[in-house]
Design a protein around this ligand. Structure first.
Ligand code: BG6
Length: 509
């Protein structure tokens, strides 16, 4: 285990400590941190949950998660034992004062033992219904009184619409200053997502053409192969727009469209991002059907395996109207992007798992080559691959070898795997490290969350007002409903076939 004396003592409290998120994401990330980045010399994890389970059995359960999901997962028992002795389990009701009294006593005891005050990080890994209540208990129990050292970390969803997000933000603000609130969007912890800023603003090459003069349109795709797994109950109340677009896709849009930051400072970057959300042209309620597409998967085939329909998934009603696919056409009304369409799409049970941003450049203003030379001509395109492949591909025209003048598209590729020996850190490792270091750059501020809800409200309202009559409207294993093409074809645009860095080349569909 690597410890770091420079880091303040730290008590990391996880509400919902016996849940899935803790064993799949938080503990594996903590373990990775303890093996690579280092954790404070005085460090303790207190997992709080209702479940009755002994401390040893609890640690054993976490160990299974670590072995399965941590990057350093093949941990020898010795390494794990060193970390595990810092983990404690507190059984208690989230809505009982006694739980917070006991938690306070445990924190005070640790601080006394260490002879120093500690950072107290309260992580909400509970169902969202508790997001408002637990912070109030913490506040009333005086556990978050030290503004410099107490922090609260909240997972999405932050509300289920603008009103509920505002209400939750208000409750949080009663007990915590905005600088103490870390709202996680795990997409922002992904290496390639952070690299969008590096790529755009650390290279003078692309920024001059990153605007309406050169860019024809932008597509953002976050496609998943998985269906519901065991999350049908939650997902059916959310749907793709709330689950993915409100947070991950709009955050990607912000990073691609934002103005350069003056300094690498949390608020400066967040200001620039929120400017993008404010500039997105509102979709009028009665134009929603022209600017959006929703879908739900039926039965289908993926990678030669039969997959069941959404309505047959556990926890999903057989007549569910929830969308498992959403696509939108947005415009960012500012000098840089006026009238450049940004097409966003995301869905479950798609042919491949792939997240990527494709910047489609305009055609040359004048075609000086003979027609026979340009039969295979395609405009230049830059693709930022976020996952599972991580890298950047630039497609441009080149002369095909031979005596005849023929132009063909070719690719120039940067692949993380080939360029860097170190594998990319898991998003949660990055994000937890930032929480411990009090760096909020990659976290969502209240105004960002609310601006994102605000721009989606007409879509949510219009979709609610006219329930879909054609669900399921795409087969599992398809790229969404056929009408998704319609969003683009009117403008002569098309969804790109996602890049495969391992060998494929980007084509138009
Ligand atoms: C979560 C959504 O925020 O992101 C899930 O709730 C989705 O529905 C997941 O599967 C996707 O994350 P990743 O990192 O696997 O792309």
């Amino acid at each position: 285990m690597r410890t770091n004396d420079q880091l303040e003592p730290n008590i990391f409290v996880i509400f919902g400590g016996a849940g899935d998120l803790t064993s799949r994401k938080l503990m594996p990330a903590m373990f990775d941190l303890s093996q690579s980045h280092a954790i404070p010399a005085h460090f303790s994890i207190i997992a709080v949950d209702r479940v009755e389970i002994g401390e040893d059995a609890f640690r054993k359960r976490l160990y299974e998660g670590v072995r399965k999901f941590a990057l350093h997962g093949k941990a020898a028992v010795k390494e794990w034992t060193e970390v595990a002795r810092h983990i404690h389990y507190l059984q208690g009701d989230f809505k009982a004062n006694a739980t917070y009294k006991e938690l306070g006593a445990q924190c005070a005891k640790l601080e006394k033992e260490w002879g120093s005050k500690a950072q107290r990080i309260f992580y909400m890994a509970t169902p969202p219904s508790l997001f408002g209540e637990i912070p109030s208990f913490l506040y009333r129990a005086g556990l978050a009184a030290d503004r410099e050292r107490a922090r609260i970390v909240i997972e999405k969803p932050i509300g289920s619409d603008l009103e509920s997000a505002r209400a939750l933000n208000r409750i949080l603000a009663e007990g915590f200053h905005e600088s103490q609130i870390f709202r996680i969007d795990h997409y922002l912890g992904k290496e390639t997502v952070q690299n969008i800023l590096a790529f755009r603003f650390a290279n003078p090459l692309f920024e001059p053409i990153w605007n309406r003069r050169y860019v024809d349109y932008v597509t953002i795709t976050v496609a998943e192969q998985v269906g519901m797994e065991h999350r049908g109950g939650y997902y059916d109340g959310a749907g793709a727009l709330r689950d993915m677009v409100q947070n991950h896709l709009l955050q990607l849009l912000c990073l691609v469209a934002m103005e350069p930051m003056v300094s690498f400072n949390a608020d400066e970057i967040r200001n620039k991002k929120v400017d993008v959300l404010h500039a997105v042209r509102p979709i009028p309620f009665d134009a929603v059907h022209r600017s959006t597409v929703r879908g739900q998967y039926g039965k289908g085939w993926i990678d030669g395996k039969k997959v069941r329909a959404y309505r047959e998934e556990a926890g999903v009603p057989p007549d569910s109207q929830t969308e498992t696919f959403a696509a939108l056409r947005l415009f960012v009304d500012n000098w840089r992007w006026q009238d450049v369409p940004f097409y966003l799409r995301t869905g479950k049970r798609m042919p491949r798992q792939v997240s990527e941003v494709a910047i489609q450049f305009r055609a040359v203003p004048h075609q000086s080559f003979p027609t026979e030379a340009t039969l295979d001509w395609q405009p230049s395109r830059l693709v930022i691959s976020i996952q599972p492949d991580e890298g950047i591909t630039l497609r441009f025209q080149a002369k095909h070898p031979g005596e005849k003048l023929v132009l063909r598209p070719v690719d120039m590729r940067f692949s993380y795997r080939e360029s860097f020996a170190t594998p990319s850190a898991e998003a949660y490792v990055t994000l937890l490290w930032d929480v411990i270091n009090h760096d909020a750059t990659l976290f969502m501020r209240a105004d960002q969350v609310e601006a994102a809800w605000q721009l989606l409200m007409p879509v949510l309202d219009a979709w609610k007002a006219s329930p879909p009559s054609d669900f399921p409207n795409y087969a599992g294993g398809a790229w969404g409903p056929d009408s998704t093409q319609g969003l683009l074809v009117q403008q002569g645009h098309s969804w790109p076939v996602p890049v495969e860095l391992a060998g494929g080349s980007p084509q138009g569909t």
